[in-house]
Design a protein around this ligand. Structure first.
Ligand code: AHG
Ligand code: MN
Ligand code: MN
Ligand code: MN
Length: 289
């Protein structure tokens, strides 16, 4: 059966939401480093591996999925014909130690992976905070849900309730990663201006920090750093999916040159500077970096 890309996107979102409570069930015992490093050179937590295992299992089995890429997988897992699914199985995993927000980021590309963000048919994230929420963006807009847990013979399953449409409000908050001591002079100059106009909201996980910008307007940045001109965040499963969500909500994105959706990733683990938020703020940013 030929499953079209939009249907495949919906099926992937359903699976990720359904699996979310089981990912969270792995947090308590998954907060220690397992010793090995992933393709990005990050130390890997038990919870990273647990989330990756669950998502790889359920997504690669789906009709209409042709490829699976993950922060925790070296290459693209080939699973036939269909869309390419890129996931950050646990974003902000280091936050588990301090019990701060973390989440899952997903991008579904109607193109072989790695693909520029223009190939995205949809993107979304699950955010584990005081409550679990899911944000889903596709051609029809951006919708947020609360994810409730139903426990039955099949174990814990997430179900979406309380649907609400989101559009980006006027700017009120900012969150900048990397540390001022590592910023370029251009970005530090921009930050000096913004810090007097907006309120600081930075929690150390991209999902939590972008979610604040989506709800309150403003800018999230993990900028190009003096010693790391490509920054820290990955294009395929962090930068592009989050740019798709913010641009669909009426905002803008940049890697310093232009929209993150136009960036051609150099491999699955390509890094990119990330600037996301209101278009007016992104335009000012691009003049300064
Ligand atoms: P991940 O846990 O998937 O590797 O991502 C961590 C990223 C991202 O969530 C966040 O924006 C950034 O790391 C924070 O980095 P710093 O700890 O350097 O602020
Ligand atoms: Mn990591
Ligand atoms: Mn991440
Ligand atoms: Mn991660």
């Amino acid at each position: 059966m030929n499953v079209d890309a939009e249907e495949a996107f919906e099926a992937v979102v359903d699976e990720v939401v359904k699996t979310a409570p089981r990912i969270a069930d792995g947090f308590a015992d998954g907060r220690t480093y397992e010793g090995d490093e992933n393709p990005s050179g990050h130390e890997v937590l038990g919870a990273d591996l647990h989330a990756n295992r669950l998502l790889k299992e359920c997504i690669t089995d789906l009709e209409g999925v042709g490829g699976f890429a993950s922060e925790e997988e070296e290459g693209v897992v080939d699973c036939g014909d269909g869309v390419g699914v890129a996931v950050d199985p646990l974003d902000g995993s280091s936050n588990l130690v301090t019990n701060n927000p973390a989440g899952v980021i997903l991008g579904v590309y109607d193109a072989p992976l790695p693909s520029p963000g223009e190939g995205l048919v949809g993107a979304g994230y699950v955010l584990f905070g005081p409550l679990t929420t899911a944000v889903v963006a596709d051609g029809d807009g951006v919708v947020e849900y609360v994810v409730e847990t139903e426990r039955g013979e099949e174990g814990a399953e997430g179900v979406r309730v309380d649907e609400r449409e989101l559009t980006l409000p006027e700017p009120t908050v900012y969150g900048f990663g990397g540390g001022r001591e590592n910023w370029t002079d251009g970005f530090a100059g921009f930050a000096d201006e913004v810090e007097h106009e907006l309120k600081l909201r930075y929690g150390g996980s991209m999902v939590g920090d972008v979610n604040q910008v989506l709800h309150k307007g403003g800018i999230f940045a993990y900028p190009a750093l003096r010693e790391r001109p490509q920054g820290k965040l990955r294009t395929l499963f962090e930068g592009a999916p989050m740019a798709y969500i913010i641009e669909t909500a009426g905002g803008g994105s940049s890697d310093g040159e232009g929209s993150l959706l136009e960036r051609e990733p150099d491999g699955v683990h390509d890094r990119t500077p990330v600037y996301l938020g209101n278009e007016t703020v992104i335009e000012r940013l691009e003049e300064e970096v």
